[in-house]
Design a protein around this ligand. Structure first.
Ligand SMILES: Cc1cc2nc3c(=O)[nH]c(=O)nc-3n(C[C@H](O)[C@H](O)[C@H](O)COP(=O)(O)O)c2cc1C
Length: 231
């Protein structure tokens, strides 16, 4: 096990020289989380989950009324930080990454409000970085989400296309992700050779000292099935 962990850490260090990839996501009902799991089986990336400060809210209740209310506030004053719902503090520094892939749900045809908060705060720091967008919706098309992304990350070096995964093709996400990575020339653009090897990924939850944990910690940096997570 230690040998495998050593190999994995050596792999991460080697990649640092070329520029790392961060996958940042928000997920309310779990679809984006599943997309991130499928994505990180294909590429080597750190993962950052964005969470609202207020837990346990029912964004889907009363025909998505709360989600609608949050988006209306943003739309009324998109340049005012106070319009955006508060998110938990983020400690991940974008300076460590050359590529950021944003994975977000669509709400009322727009980018989910919680992800908008993250991008309002950190989007300007993504200037010049490779930026990818993956959107999960029930059925609506994603052009307004792409517009939100460009408003919040105006100077990102966007991949040639975004990936839309709707409800009816969610179960086919692994193939869609593979095709998308190929279409955007992910490896060529990022300069990262596809060196992901599943056999190097120890299954289970570990801290950075290689000790196996029973469950995911509430905060900190740890590794789940070979994928580094920051909470
Ligand atoms: C507040 C809210 C608004 C939504 N609005 C739409 C919509 O306008 N069109 C649509 O196709 N899906 C809509 N959805 C469904 C989500 O986009 C979809 O279920 C997505 O897969 C959720 O991702 P998640 O499971 O990662 O949260 C909405 C969901 C919520 C909670």
């Amino acid at each position: 096990m230690r040998h495998r962990l050593f190999l994995m850490l050596a792999l991460l260090v080697a990649m640092a020289a070329q520029g790392k990839t961060l996958v940042v996501y928000y997920s309310y009902t779990g679809n984006c989380e599943e997309i991130v799991t499928s994505l990180t089986e294909k590429i080597t990336a750190d993962v950052l989950e964005i969470e609202p400060v207020e837990k346990g809210l029912h964004y889907e209740a009363n025909n998505y009324a709360l989600g609608s209310q949050l988006l209306n506030a943003i739309n009324a004053a998109p340049n005012d930080a106070a319009s955006y719902p508060a998110i938990d503090p983020v400690t991940t520094s974008l300076a460590d990454y050359s590529t950021v892939i944003i994975v977000t749900p669509l709400w009322w045809s727009q980018m989910a409000a919680i992800m908008q908060t993250y991008l309002f705060n950190y989007g300007p720091q993504m200037a010049g970085k490779n930026v990818g967008l993956i959107v999960s919706s029930w059925s609506s098309g994603i052009s307004q989400v792409e517009n939100d992304c460009k408003r919040l990350v105006p100077n990102g070096n966007y991949f040639s296309k975004s990936l839309w995964i709707n409800h009816s093709n969610h179960s086919n996400r692994t193939t869609l992700i593979e095709n998308w990575l190929s279409e955007i020339n992910f490896n060529t653009v990022t300069g990262i050779a596809e060196i992901k090897a599943d056999e190097l990924k120890p299954k289970g939850i570990y801290n950075l000292s290689g000790q196996r944990l029973i469950r995911e910690p509430e905060h900190g940096v740890y590794i789940v099935d070979g994928v580094k997570k920051v909470k």
